[in-house]
Design a protein around this ligand. Structure first.
Ligand SMILES: Cc1cc2nc3c(=O)[nH]c(=O)nc-3n(C[C@H](O)[C@H](O)[C@H](O)COP(=O)(O)OP(=O)(O)OC[C@H]3O[C@@H](n4cnc5c(N)ncnc54)[C@H](O)[C@@H]3O)c2cc1C
Length: 414
């Protein structure tokens, strides 16, 4: 006896998307979520009137799943400048994408941050990742990002003063040991799209995905064939999709290989005055880097601040376990922004130990199997790329696999 056609465990973006597609296909679906609200790692809370996301995150408009499934107008996406400010030896360098910000071309070309050779090599790398067909990118030999950047002729200055600082916050690691294939796709998304945050916070994204079949507060403890067990009982289904975070997926599905997780910490401060007015990422280009990046969020999205003070989000690679000293971060921000930060108030430190699944080589074609056989399916960013796009794409694939499997079973029964 089954209670539903499909039970999905976990209402992050992957589970929500899978539920949406399966419900639209006419199946009886139940979506179980441990927390009191859906969204998983994409969540937002209000702290003293500030909009505080579960770590600094951005939405990229070029993600295919974003274009297909989200209403960007309704999200009222607040965009950042395409590029970054880099502080090195006390000087601030502004490197922007001249296609989007033509006024920044002269400053970017004239910046003394990188030698000409590295400027040209970085530009060539970005153009190649942005405009080559995906098939050709994926046909390149897969190495670590560090090796791939060197292979593209980018020297020490280009890597250490710009690419490593820029990528560390995106990849959740400092060693550039992530797969070159994934990093190519990251560059592609930056070259083709803009990044921003919804005016009301990142949790507006899962709110756009209907959840009529959702039941919250259900902590699933075991998955066994066509059965899901939780504290209050059990549910039978023709298919079960495990769409939890990777660590829980590994516990519920012991045969599943799950990657090591990357930790990220974001320290949120309120500043009486914004240090600058541009919504742009600020990076440390010095050798003694402490933070991955910092941004005045309220310059892009004024609604992130409830009282007119500026909300500054500063990201660090690693979790609370690595020991994040808020006062030390605030002192470093004085050097980075070039303004006194004594009067800045600490709003919240958000540490996410399992922020991103590591994407080390070999990833192959970047898509891992979602159909485990015997009516068991798996979805989540660990099946694709560690991103909003990857999570939603995995949910899409898992739903398609369920439909194929159930259709095959029905055909066999006739
Ligand atoms: C700090 C940070 C910064 C990021 N920055 C970006 C960025 O800039 N751009 C980008 O594209 N991506 C970014 N990401 C990654 C992106 O948020 C994730 O890849 C994506 O949200 C993962 O979605 P998911 O559905 O795969 O998993 P999750 O969001 O982890 O969802 C899994 C769900 O399963 C539930 N669950 C777990 N166990 C159980 C159980 N036993 N029973 C029932 N339910 C359970 C959880 O509560 C959760 O709701 C960032 C992530 C973090 C944390």
């Amino acid at each position: 006896m089954t209670d539903h056609d499909v039970v999905i465990v976990g209402a992050g973006l992957a589970g929500l998307v899978a539920a949406l597609d399966l419900t639209r296909a006419g199946l009886d679906v139940r979506l179980l979520e441990r927390d009191e609200q859906p969204g998983g790692r994409v969540a937002t809370e209000r702290v003293d009137g500030f909009v505080v996301d579960r770590g600094f995150q951005v939405l990229n408009t070029s993600y295919p799943q974003v274009r297909r499934r989200l209403d960007l107008d309704a999200l009222d996406l607040r965009l950042f400048t395409s590029g970054a400010l880099v502080r090195r030896d006390g000087r601030l360098h502004r490197l922007v994408d001249p296609r989007r910000h033509p006024g920044g071309l002269v400053g970017t070309l004239g910046s003394g941050l990188l030698p000409w050779r590295d400027k040209l090599a970085v530009a060539a790398y970005a153009a190649r990742a942005g405009y080559q067909p995906v098939g050709r990118l994926l046909a390149e030999p897969e190495t670590t990002a560090a090796q791939a950047l060197r292979r593209r002729g980018i020297g020490d200055a280009g890597v250490e003063r710009f690419l490593r600082p820029f990528l560390s916050g995106v990849l959740g690691e400092d060693e550039l040991e992530t797969s070159s294939r994934y990093v190519d796709l990251v560059w592609r998304s930056f070259a083709r799209g803009r990044v921003g945050v919804p005016a009301a916070g990142m949790s507006a994204i899962p709110r756009q995905l209907p959840d009529g079949v959702l039941r919250c507060g259900v902590d699933v403890q075991a998955v066994d064939g066509g059965e899901v067990r939780h504290a209050d009982g059990r549910l039978g289904a023709r298919a079960v999709v495990v769409a939890t975070d990777p660590r829980t997926a590994g516990r519920l599905l012991p045969t599943l290989a799950v990657p090591p997780m990357r930790a990220l910490t974001t320290v949120y401060h309120a500043a009486p005055e914004p240090p600058g007015t541009e919504p742009i990422l600020l990076l440390e280009g010095d050798d003694d880097r402490m933070v991955a990046n910092s941004v005045v969020l309220s310059n892009a999205a004024p609604g992130y601040s409830g009282d007119g003070r500026a909300l500054v989000a500063t990201s660090l690679v690693g979790g609370a376990a690595a020991g994040v000293d808020e006062a030390a971060v605030r002192r470093r921000l004085a050097r980075l922004y070039g303004v006194p930060t004594d009067g800045w108030a600490h709003v919240r430190t958000v540490s996410v130990p399992d922020a991103l699944p590591g994407a080390q080589p070999p990833l192959g074609d970047l898509r891992r199997p979602v159909d485990l056989g015997d009516g068991l399916f798996v979805a989540g960013d660990h099946r694709d790329t560690p991103s909003v796009q990857g999570a939603m794409a995995s949910g899409t694939r898992a739903a398609r696999a369920v439909l194929d499997a159930l259709a095959a079973t029905s055909a066999a029964a006739r």
